[in-house]
Design a protein around this ligand. Structure first.
Ligand code: GLN
Length: 305
């Protein structure tokens, strides 16, 4: 497959759309990211890397990090205990919505909306002395890149305006679905969202999920084959919020998005494809990024279906 040529074609075709979305502005530091960025990376399981545009530039991965913390929380708590505290259905609501949490008695619909991700952080805090470092080590191992870091300025910026997440965390606490201090859960959550990575790091880190849980870098089984199946299914059904049906229809791959404009998606047994373009659609997913992934599966004729 001529991946490089396909990436070049995609880059040309998405150009008119790159400036169309809206950059997330409720986190002041992210509001300042230029909208004209576009990068893409394809990392194949047989070891080939293809990139285009700003694939080497670092950005805030935001909610893509929830796929990492889900893996850690599953490992720490075990499936049975975790699924008592979080659901596994698409929410049909914005990622930061409060309403559903009340009528569902403090059990978030899924681990990828903010309320669910706060519960994941709580699990990690209960099982590790330094939750931030645990998350960082895990991401570094998965990408095979020890230089990955948090962006403390982005974390502080989100904290300064993180009123909705504070509301969600307090709400969860009132239902007994947070066991740790609200403040500690929020601080760790903002930290994980601030992970500063590029399209290549992301593609390398998600390749493990395209490889039945086995790291192509270390040869280590990061998650079991069965857990990889489950995480991938959740990415397909809940990874792009209330646009998940549209994303599955157009792209046909499990994917996880973040309001930094990144999306990571993969084709099990073959490759991982990542994209970054900060302009978002009204659901908080990268507008040109979603289009780029749709073009990728259309042009290559490859999807999970
Ligand atoms: N840190 C962001 C928030 O909590 C993450 C949201 C996202 O990327 N969808 O609002």
């Amino acid at each position: 497959m001529e991946y490089q040529q396909i990436l070049e074609e995609i880059h040309e075709e998405v150009k008119p759309f790159i400036e169309r979305g809206k950059v997330a502005d409720y986190i002041p530091k992210l509001a300042a990211v230029p909208k004209n960025k576009f990068g893409m990376a394809v990392q194949t399981l047989d070891g080939k890397l293809f990139t285009i545009g700003d694939a080497h530039e670092h950005f805030s991965i935001q909610s893509i990090s929830k796929a990492y913390t889900l893996t850690l929380a599953l490992q720490f708590a075990g499936e049975e205990a975790l699924w008592k505290r979080v659901g596994r259905e698409p929410s049909g609501n914005p990622f930061n919505s409060l309403v559903q949490l009340e009528y569902e008695n403090g059990i978030p619909r899924n681990p990828f909306i903010n309320a669910g991700a706060l519960v994941l952080v709580d699990v990690i805090l209960s099982h590790s002395k330094d939750a931030g470092q645990t998350i960082l080590n895990f991401v570094r191992e998965r990408s095979d890149n020890p230089d990955i870091n948090f962006d403390m300025e982005v974390a502080a910026s989100e904290k300064s305006t993180g009123f909705r997440n504070a509301a969600l965390a307090n709400f969860l606490k009132s239902y007994g679905n947070l066991h740790n201090n609200v403040e500690d859960v929020l601080d760790t959550y903002f930290l994980q969202c601030s992970l500063h990575m590029n399209c290549i790091d992301l593609a390398r880190s998600f390749l493990v999920l395209a490889n039945h849980g086995l790291s192509p870098w270390s040869g280590k089984q990061i998650v079991t084959k069965s857990q990889a199946k489950r995480i991938n299914s959740l990415m397909l059904t809940c990874g792009t919020y209330d646009a998940v049906g549209d994303f599955a229809y157009r792209v046909g791959l499990p994917g996880k998005s973040g309001i930094g404009g990144g999306i990571a998606a993969f084709i099990p047994g073959r490759l991982c494809v990542t994209v970054w373009s900060p302009g978002l659609n009204s659901n908080g997913n990268s507008l040109a990024g979603t289009l780029a992934l749709e073009l990728f599966t259309t042009k290559t004729g490859m999807s999970i279906f």
